[in-house]
Design a protein around this ligand. Structure first.
Ligand code: FMN
Length: 193
Protein backbone atom coordinates (compact mmCIF):
# COMPACT_ATOMS: atom_id res chain seq x y z
CA UNK A 1 0.00 0.00 0.00
CA UNK A 2 1.16 3.49 -0.81
CA UNK A 3 0.47 7.08 0.23
CA UNK A 4 1.18 10.07 -2.01
CA UNK A 5 2.70 12.99 -0.08
CA UNK A 6 2.28 16.36 -1.80
CA UNK A 7 4.83 19.10 -1.18
CA UNK A 8 3.17 22.42 -1.99
CA UNK A 9 5.99 24.73 -0.88
CA UNK A 10 7.95 27.01 -3.20
CA UNK A 11 10.94 25.85 -1.19
CA UNK A 12 11.41 22.23 -2.27
CA UNK A 13 13.54 21.18 0.70
CA UNK A 14 12.08 23.38 3.44
CA UNK A 15 9.80 22.76 6.42
CA UNK A 16 7.08 20.91 4.52
CA UNK A 17 9.61 18.55 2.98
CA UNK A 18 10.95 17.89 6.47
CA UNK A 19 7.45 17.23 7.81
CA UNK A 20 6.60 14.89 4.93
CA UNK A 21 9.90 13.04 5.40
CA UNK A 22 9.00 12.37 9.04
CA UNK A 23 5.62 11.02 7.93
CA UNK A 24 7.26 8.89 5.20
CA UNK A 25 9.64 7.32 7.71
CA UNK A 26 6.85 6.51 10.14
CA UNK A 27 4.65 5.09 7.36
CA UNK A 28 7.56 2.88 6.32
CA UNK A 29 8.00 1.66 9.90
CA UNK A 30 4.33 0.64 9.73
CA UNK A 31 4.62 -1.21 6.43
CA UNK A 32 3.30 1.50 4.10
CA UNK A 33 5.21 2.91 1.10
CA UNK A 34 5.05 6.56 0.16
CA UNK A 35 6.14 8.95 -2.55
CA UNK A 36 6.75 12.68 -2.15
CA UNK A 37 5.57 14.61 -5.21
CA UNK A 38 6.80 18.19 -5.48
CA UNK A 39 4.23 20.55 -6.90
CA UNK A 40 5.32 23.88 -5.29
CA UNK A 41 6.91 26.14 -7.87
CA UNK A 42 5.73 23.94 -10.75
CA UNK A 43 2.27 25.41 -10.13
CA UNK A 44 3.38 28.89 -11.14
CA UNK A 45 6.12 28.39 -13.72
CA UNK A 46 4.02 26.98 -16.53
CA UNK A 47 4.24 23.36 -15.35
CA UNK A 48 0.97 23.09 -13.46
CA UNK A 49 -0.62 20.65 -15.91
CA UNK A 50 2.43 18.41 -15.69
CA UNK A 51 2.32 18.51 -11.87
CA UNK A 52 -1.43 17.81 -11.76
CA UNK A 53 -1.15 14.88 -14.18
CA UNK A 54 1.77 13.39 -12.27
CA UNK A 55 -0.24 13.61 -9.06
CA UNK A 56 -3.44 12.34 -10.62
CA UNK A 57 -1.71 9.36 -12.19
CA UNK A 58 0.06 8.55 -8.92
CA UNK A 59 -3.31 8.66 -7.13
CA UNK A 60 -4.78 6.10 -9.52
CA UNK A 61 -2.42 3.56 -7.95
CA UNK A 62 -2.05 5.01 -4.44
CA UNK A 63 -4.24 4.21 -1.44
CA UNK A 64 -3.98 7.49 0.47
CA UNK A 65 -3.06 11.16 0.16
CA UNK A 66 -1.40 13.71 2.43
CA UNK A 67 -1.15 17.31 1.25
CA UNK A 68 1.51 19.52 2.81
CA UNK A 69 1.44 23.30 2.51
CA UNK A 70 3.31 26.22 4.02
CA UNK A 71 1.12 29.01 5.35
CA UNK A 72 1.15 32.09 3.12
CA UNK A 73 -0.83 35.01 4.53
CA UNK A 74 -2.83 32.69 6.82
CA UNK A 75 -3.88 30.40 3.94
CA UNK A 76 -2.41 27.43 2.09
CA UNK A 77 0.06 28.47 -0.61
CA UNK A 78 -1.56 29.67 -3.82
CA UNK A 79 0.40 26.90 -5.51
CA UNK A 80 -1.37 24.22 -3.46
CA UNK A 81 -4.78 25.74 -4.10
CA UNK A 82 -4.14 25.99 -7.86
CA UNK A 83 -3.03 22.35 -8.01
CA UNK A 84 -5.88 21.02 -5.85
CA UNK A 85 -8.52 22.95 -7.85
CA UNK A 86 -7.35 21.20 -11.00
CA UNK A 87 -6.52 17.83 -9.42
CA UNK A 88 -9.97 17.38 -7.93
CA UNK A 89 -11.66 18.54 -11.13
CA UNK A 90 -9.74 16.13 -13.34
CA UNK A 91 -8.89 13.17 -11.07
CA UNK A 92 -11.48 13.37 -8.26
CA UNK A 93 -13.01 10.02 -9.24
CA UNK A 94 -9.65 8.28 -8.80
CA UNK A 95 -9.33 9.60 -5.26
CA UNK A 96 -12.80 8.88 -3.84
CA UNK A 97 -12.87 6.83 -0.64
CA UNK A 98 -9.09 7.08 -0.25
CA UNK A 99 -8.07 8.37 3.20
CA UNK A 100 -6.49 11.81 3.17
CA UNK A 101 -5.02 14.40 5.46
CA UNK A 102 -3.39 17.83 5.40
CA UNK A 103 -0.26 19.20 7.07
CA UNK A 104 0.59 22.89 7.40
CA UNK A 105 3.82 24.63 8.33
CA UNK A 106 4.07 28.21 9.56
CA UNK A 107 6.58 30.41 11.25
CA UNK A 108 3.85 31.45 13.66
CA UNK A 109 0.14 31.53 12.75
CA UNK A 110 -2.47 30.56 10.19
CA UNK A 111 -2.11 26.79 10.23
CA UNK A 112 -5.61 25.82 11.31
CA UNK A 113 -7.23 28.11 8.73
CA UNK A 114 -4.97 26.55 6.10
CA UNK A 115 -5.83 23.01 7.19
CA UNK A 116 -9.54 23.86 6.97
CA UNK A 117 -9.14 24.94 3.36
CA UNK A 118 -7.29 21.79 2.30
CA UNK A 119 -9.58 19.44 4.23
CA UNK A 120 -12.55 20.81 2.30
CA UNK A 121 -11.28 19.20 -0.92
CA UNK A 122 -11.31 15.82 0.81
CA UNK A 123 -14.74 16.19 2.41
CA UNK A 124 -16.21 17.25 -0.95
CA UNK A 125 -14.92 14.03 -2.48
CA UNK A 126 -15.88 11.17 -0.11
CA UNK A 127 -12.34 10.92 1.25
CA UNK A 128 -12.11 9.89 4.93
CA UNK A 129 -10.02 12.52 6.73
CA UNK A 130 -7.32 11.03 8.92
CA UNK A 131 -6.71 12.87 12.15
CA UNK A 132 -3.95 12.73 14.75
CA UNK A 133 -3.79 13.97 18.34
CA UNK A 134 -3.62 17.68 17.52
CA UNK A 135 -4.08 19.77 14.39
CA UNK A 136 -1.42 18.80 11.89
CA UNK A 137 0.90 21.75 12.09
CA UNK A 138 4.61 22.27 12.53
CA UNK A 139 6.48 25.49 13.06
CA UNK A 140 9.62 26.93 11.58
CA UNK A 141 11.30 29.11 9.01
CA UNK A 142 13.76 26.48 7.82
CA UNK A 143 13.69 22.70 7.68
CA UNK A 144 15.83 22.12 10.76
CA UNK A 145 13.40 24.20 12.89
CA UNK A 146 10.73 21.54 12.40
CA UNK A 147 12.83 18.98 14.27
CA UNK A 148 12.84 21.31 17.28
CA UNK A 149 9.03 21.35 17.34
CA UNK A 150 8.86 18.13 19.33
CA UNK A 151 5.10 18.23 19.80
CA UNK A 152 4.58 18.82 16.08
CA UNK A 153 6.91 15.96 15.17
CA UNK A 154 5.15 13.61 17.58
CA UNK A 155 1.80 14.56 16.06
CA UNK A 156 3.08 13.83 12.53
CA UNK A 157 4.10 10.35 13.66
CA UNK A 158 0.66 9.79 15.20
CA UNK A 159 -0.87 10.92 11.90
CA UNK A 160 1.28 8.46 9.94
CA UNK A 161 0.35 5.57 12.24
CA UNK A 162 -3.35 6.45 12.07
CA UNK A 163 -3.11 6.57 8.25
CA UNK A 164 -1.36 3.18 8.19
CA UNK A 165 -3.98 1.69 10.51
CA UNK A 166 -6.92 2.96 8.43
CA UNK A 167 -5.36 1.72 5.18
CA UNK A 168 -4.90 -1.73 6.70
CA UNK A 169 -8.51 -1.72 7.95
CA UNK A 170 -9.78 -0.85 4.46
CA UNK A 171 -7.63 -3.61 2.95
CA UNK A 172 -8.91 -6.12 5.51
CA UNK A 173 -12.44 -5.02 4.68
CA UNK A 174 -11.89 -5.78 1.00
CA UNK A 175 -11.01 -9.37 1.92
CA UNK A 176 -14.41 -9.58 3.63
CA UNK A 177 -16.10 -8.13 0.54
CA UNK A 178 -16.85 -4.80 2.22
CA UNK A 179 -17.06 -2.42 -0.72
CA UNK A 180 -17.07 1.36 -0.83
CA UNK A 181 -20.66 2.72 -0.72
CA UNK A 182 -22.40 3.12 -4.04
CA UNK A 183 -22.58 6.69 -5.28
CA UNK A 184 -25.92 8.32 -5.90
CA UNK A 185 -26.45 10.86 -8.63
CA UNK A 186 -25.65 14.18 -6.96
CA UNK A 187 -28.50 16.60 -6.41
CA UNK A 188 -27.42 20.10 -7.32
CA UNK A 189 -29.72 22.59 -5.65
CA UNK A 190 -29.89 26.00 -7.22
CA UNK A 191 -30.77 28.73 -4.71
CA UNK A 192 -32.26 31.10 -7.25
CA UNK A 193 -34.90 28.80 -8.72
C1 FMN B 1 4.66 34.59 0.99
C2 FMN B 1 4.81 34.05 2.38
C3 FMN B 1 3.78 34.27 3.30
C4 FMN B 1 3.88 33.76 4.59
N1 FMN B 1 2.83 33.95 5.46
C5 FMN B 1 2.92 33.44 6.73
C6 FMN B 1 1.82 33.57 7.64
O1 FMN B 1 0.76 34.09 7.33
N2 FMN B 1 1.98 33.07 8.90
C7 FMN B 1 3.15 32.47 9.30
O2 FMN B 1 3.24 32.06 10.45
N3 FMN B 1 4.17 32.27 8.44
C8 FMN B 1 4.09 32.74 7.17
N4 FMN B 1 5.12 32.53 6.28
C9 FMN B 1 6.26 31.69 6.71
C10 FMN B 1 6.09 30.23 6.25
O3 FMN B 1 4.76 29.79 6.37
C11 FMN B 1 6.95 29.29 7.11
O4 FMN B 1 8.27 29.72 7.13
C12 FMN B 1 6.84 27.85 6.63
O5 FMN B 1 7.26 27.00 7.66
C13 FMN B 1 7.68 27.62 5.37
O6 FMN B 1 7.57 26.28 4.93
P1 FMN B 1 8.51 25.79 3.73
O7 FMN B 1 9.92 25.88 4.24
O8 FMN B 1 8.11 24.38 3.46
O9 FMN B 1 8.25 26.70 2.60
C14 FMN B 1 5.04 33.02 4.97
C15 FMN B 1 6.07 32.83 4.05
C16 FMN B 1 5.95 33.32 2.76
C17 FMN B 1 7.07 33.07 1.77
Amino acid sequence: MKVVLVNGSRNEFGCIHQALSIIAEELKANGIDSQIIYVGSRACNGKINEAVDELGQAMQEADGLIVGSPVYYASPSGEVIAVLDRLFGKYGADMRFKPASAVASARRAGTTASLDVINKYFSFNNMPIVSASYWNNVHGSQASDVLLDLEGVQNLKVLARNMAWLLKCIEAGKEKDIKAPELEEKIKFNYVR
